[in-house]
Design a binder for this molecule. Structure first.
Ligand code: 5RP
Length: 231
């Protein structure tokens, strides 16, 4: 019988746990795949492993899950450098560039990833794309102040910004900001250039392209989990 997507996510998470040896400060990602990894870490902690390890969650939701599982939580103030972060992604290109943020935690995820000596992404094979923006919109976190002005500037860059809503109201991130999910009719042809232009718009907090940041991506498929490494 074919494995469910959930089983594939767990498979990727279990494979990522093999990289935990020697890790003292661990970044914990956000989303359903990252949640499987947090669960695996929780099981290891409960079994008496990972005694000296502390974790930095990338969202309120992950912090809650980690806390409930008995994982020792810290923050970037106490540990500004992270040994390893394991997180999910919405899209993974063959160069291991990513789109992240459909789970709404892109800003904290980017900060924690940038603080990390190593970033491992866990995903099922539905996340692989030939070019970023193929399947997923690009999430852009913006301050509520002036959000319509930011929308116009995103449109000028070729994006179709869609304000993310929940229960009929703008979705708010853990920082109290809004998110635009941006489709690009012409595709994201030059990710680096467009990323820098979006980052330079006043009011933009972060955009969801993680370029050159992932060291390894663990992709789970029917055939098992394979590890892709940045060349
Ligand atoms: C949250 C993220 C998630 O890692 C991304 O959305 C993937 O989530 P999932 O594993 O549920 O598909 O970037 O901000």
């Amino acid at each position: 019988m074919a494995r469910s997507t959930d089983e594939l996510k767990r498979l990727a998470a279990e494979r990522a746990a093999l990289f935990l040896e020697g890790v003292r400060v661990l970044g914990l990602g956000t989303g359903s795949t990252a949640a499987h990894f947090v669960e695996v870490v929780g099981e290891m902690v409960q079994a008496g492993d990972l005694e000296d390890m502390v974790a930095i969650p990338t969202s309120v939701a992950t912090e809650k899950q980690a806390h409930e599982l008995g994982i020792t939580i810290t923050d970037l103030e106490s540990h500004p450098q992270v040994d390893l972060t394991v997180d999910g992604a919405d899209e993974v290109s063959h160069d291991l560039d990513l789109i992240k943020g459909l789970g709404g935690a892109l800003t904290r995820e980017k900060i924690v990833a940038s603080a990390s000596r190593e970033l491992i992404i866990v995903a099922d094979d539905s996340k692989m794309v030939t070019a970023l923006g193929e399947k997923s919109p690009l999430p852009v976190e913006v301050m509520p102040f002036g959000w319509k002005t930011v929308a116009l500037k995103l449109q000028n860059l070729g994006a179709e910004p869609d304000l993310r809503c929940k229960g009929g109201k703008p979705f708010k991130t853990d920082q109290g900001n809004y998110i635009f999910d941006c489709m690009f009719a012409a595709g994201i042809t030059e990710p680096d250039a467009i990323g820098k232009l979006i980052d330079s718009i006043p009011g933009v907090v972060a955009q969801g392209m993680f370029l050159g940041m992932a060291d390894r991506v663990i992709i789970a498929s029917e055939g098992g989990a394979r590890v892709l490494e940045r060349s």
